[in-house]
Ligand binder design. Structure first.
Ligand code: ADP
Ligand code: MG
Ligand code: MG
Length: 248
């Protein structure tokens, strides 16, 4: 599914990713952990094509297709989805309108017709019910005045509606209380599927008690410095990143 080889990227002329290689097969959930400033967010931005993050070498493909050659909208249309570390509030735009616009933009990029209002509402009602979201909340301006837990629920709803093929969660657990953490984890676990891959970026092991990763990678020195199973996350929690940061 996702295949990254020897990826190099810089921000403001400073090299952040220095030959990073990583494979996430379809159906698997991989965690990336690493010290602050290691380049975890840079990796997620490079994969989604945010401007200002310049790739200077290496490759990243999704199902064999060169991701780096696509513009951000095309990547989204291929199903690459990045969750927000800090959910945006959009005054005046109801959550449902926002999601429908995003969905139709993706369909358009895939050469598909817009979803009908009827089909969209049916889908929205199904997912809202599954996530125990009050449908009226979806008519309010996106995230404005929502509690932390409601914002997270909204993000999971958005994910479920857009049904991405490859999901990147970048420190989506930061600042969450235990209830919100459970909402996010349950939502993410419900999205596990044999043809979907996920990259869970986190600074803390705690999230991985709820989202069991198939593999855990350490990002340090601009590369994947170590790979292991869930035990590696526990080791990092105990011993920190020093060992890997020094070796890198
Ligand atoms: P992490 O997510 O692992 O904490 P980041 O990818 O956010 O790390 O940052 C990696 C490095 O790149 C840091 O040294 C950071 O200061 C730098 N960096 C990230 N984004 C920018 C930016 N927009 N402008 C300048 N430097 C940046
Ligand atoms: Mg950071
Ligand atoms: Mg970050």
């Amino acid at each position: 599914m996702l295949h990254i080889e020897n990826l190099r990227a810089e921000v403001d002329g400073k090299e952040i990713l220095k030959g990073l290689s990583l494979d996430v097969p379809a159906g698997e959930v991989h965690a990336i952990m690493g010290p602050n400033g290691a380049g975890k967010s840079t990796l997620s931005y490079v994969l989604t094509g945010r401007s200002g993050y310049d790739v200077t070498g290496g490759t990243a493909t999704l199902d064999g297709e060169d991701l780096l050659a696509l513009d951000p909208n095309e990547r989204a249309a291929k199903g690459v989805f990045l969750s927000f570390q800090y959910p945006l509030e959009i005054p005046g735009v109801p959550a449902l309108t926002f999601i429908r616009t995003a969905m139709n933009a993706q369909r358009k990029a895939r050469g598909e017709a817009e979803i009908t209002a009827q089909a969209f509402l049916k889908l929205a009602r199904e997912h809202a019910a599954a996530l125990k979201i009050d449908f009226d909340m979806l008519k309010r301006a996106l995230n404005v005045g929502f509690s932390g837990g409601e914002k997270k629920r909204m993000e999971i709803f958005q994910m479920a509606m857009l049904a991405p093929r490859f999901l990147i969660l970048d420190e989506t657990d930061s600042g969450l209380d235990i209830d919100a953490l459970k909402i996010v984890s349950e939502g993410v676990n419900a999205m596990r599927s044999p043809d979907r891959g996920m990259l869970v970026i986190t600074h803390y092991q705690r999230l991985l008690d709820y989202i069991k990763p198939d593999k855990v990678h350490v990002l340090a020195g601009g590369r994947i410095a170590a790979t292991g199973g869930p035990d590696l996350a526990l080791e990092l929690e105990r011993e920190g990143y020093d060992k890997y940061a020094r070796a890198a």
